[in-house]
Design a protein around this ligand. Structure first.
Ligand SMILES: [Zn+2]
Length: 420
């Protein structure tokens, strides 16, 4: 095994070239429903196998409990108040710089295969991708019961095969976004037999296993084409899903851990497998990938490269800022760190405090018992939000989309319009 410490921070590829990047995001994937994170059902054998050779982050935090702001944060290294994608009428303005743009500017070929309305071109997350395949988005707007993982993987494998045969030696980034664990939970016969299909959570687990099976095909293709030893692979999710944990279902409505805890599994050539307990953030992903590629970070990013943690070294990270700002009734801001979660309801002014060391399920609000600590949390949260808003102030307002009745029908199909 090569020692990454003697070779700088860039991932050490077999070819000596800059590494390729395969970014895999799975919509609505609860961290605690993966075997790698202790789930007792066999939902994810392929991800578990992959995790065995990777850095597994045990406490990765999403900045928002729904797709658009969370993925905009992953690509830009900015929290919601900085990039401005707060509601489904917002689009990432072209003035923001995102991960694929930076890689493209440094000689990478960039491609994405998307399968979610919010990853369609109107929402602006396509910027920097030379190849942007949103065919499945169009298909999915016609029905919320489309099963898309097989097609996402087929398209991804075709890209890998083309790259393996290509004569140019340009490194590449490929982003595959899987949607199937998102409601409506479809029963898949082979997993219904294993997990049952009566309860929503059973069909949800079946959707995870089905998606895992198709991600496994992509990872196998990476091995078969010989590209694996030159390629960084990062798997994560945009948010989780609630099954009555706090009395609700679905996602996009709270800042509780069932929605903000996400898996984060990262394999980079030259780095040994390990587990990292530290709290890390989805906003750190782009800084980490750019450092591993030997490419300068995004100028405005508030993310921190996690490479020291991958080497087993300590790293002092700021708390994670979590925000929900879809409408006045759904406006919350939270500060998450190893020992505490503090959540402010912006409309009522009510605060909640959870002790993450002894109450990871976030069931016991200790704000009343620790009232002397609340002022410090409020000040810290205010500072994080102010830092984010100062960045937004340097950009034109996030693009407002002019959605017609047809578009709203599409969004209703994805379960997002109900609260508006
Ligand atoms: Zn999502």
């Amino acid at each position: 095994m090569l020692c990454a410490c003697s070779t700088g921070d860039q991932a050490k590829t077999a070819s000596g070239q800059r590494p390729n990047v395969l970014l895999i995001t799975v919509d609505t994937l609860r961290r605690d429903h993966l075997e790698t994170y202790g789930y007792p059902r066999p939902t994810s054998p392929n991800l578990a196998r992959f995790a065995g050779s990777a850095t597994v982050f045990d406490d990765a935090q999403a900045p928002a409990p729904w797709t658009l702001p969370s993925l905009a944060s992953l690509l830009t290294g900015l929290p919601t108040s900085a990039h401005g994608c707060r509601t489904f009428y917002d689009s990432l303005a072209p003035s923001y710089q995102a991960l694929p743009e930076q890689l493209l500017a440094h000689g990478y070929d960039t491609a994405a295969v998307t399968s979610h309305v919010f990853l369609g071109r109107p929402y602006g997350l396509h910027q920097g991708f030379v190849h942007f395949d949103d065919e499945l988005v169009l298909e999915m707007t016609r029905s919320d019961e489309v099963v898309s993982s097989p097609a996402v993987s087929d398209k991804g494998i075709a890209f890998l095969q083309a790259k393996a045969e290509a004569t140019d030696s340009r490194p590449w980034m490929l982003w595959l976004h899987y949607f199937d664990p998102h409601a409506v939970y479809q029963p898949h016969p082979e997993y219904a037999a294993q997990f049952g299909s009566k309860r929503p959570i059973d069909r949800y687990d079946g959707e995870i296993a089905f998606t895992d099976q198709h991600i496994g095909r992509v990872l196998d293709a990476l091995d078969a084409t010989g590209l694996a030893e030159d390629t960084i692979v990062l798997l994560t999710a945009d948010h989780g899903e609630e099954f009555g944990d706090h009395g609700g279902v679905d996602h996009g409505h709270t800042l509780f851990r069932e929605l903000l805890d996400v898996p984060l599994i990262l394999r980079a050539p030259g780095f040994e497998a390990r587990r990292v307990e530290d709290l890390v953030r989805l906003t750190d992903v782009s800084a980490t990938l750019l450092e591993l590629c030997g490419v300068p970070g995004l100028p405005e990013s508030l993310g921190t490269s996690l490479v020291p943690l991958m080497r087993g070294e300590p790293l002092d990270l700021p708390p994670s800022l979590a925000e929900l700002d879809r409408n006045p009734r759904l406006s919350k801001a939270g500060l998450v760190r190893g020992d505490a979660k503090y959540v402010l309801d912006r409309q009522s002014g009510q605060v909640e405090l959870f002790d993450r060391r002894i109450d990871r399920a976030e069931l016991t609000d200790v704000a009343a018992e620790r009232s002397e600590d609340l002022h410090a949390f409020a000040t810290e949260l205010e500072a994080l939000v102010a830092q984010a808003r100062a960045i937004a102030a340097a950009h034109p307002d996030a693009f407002r989309l002019d959605l017609g009745a047809d578009d709203l029908g599409d969004l209703a199909g994805t379960g997002y319009v109900g609260d508006e």
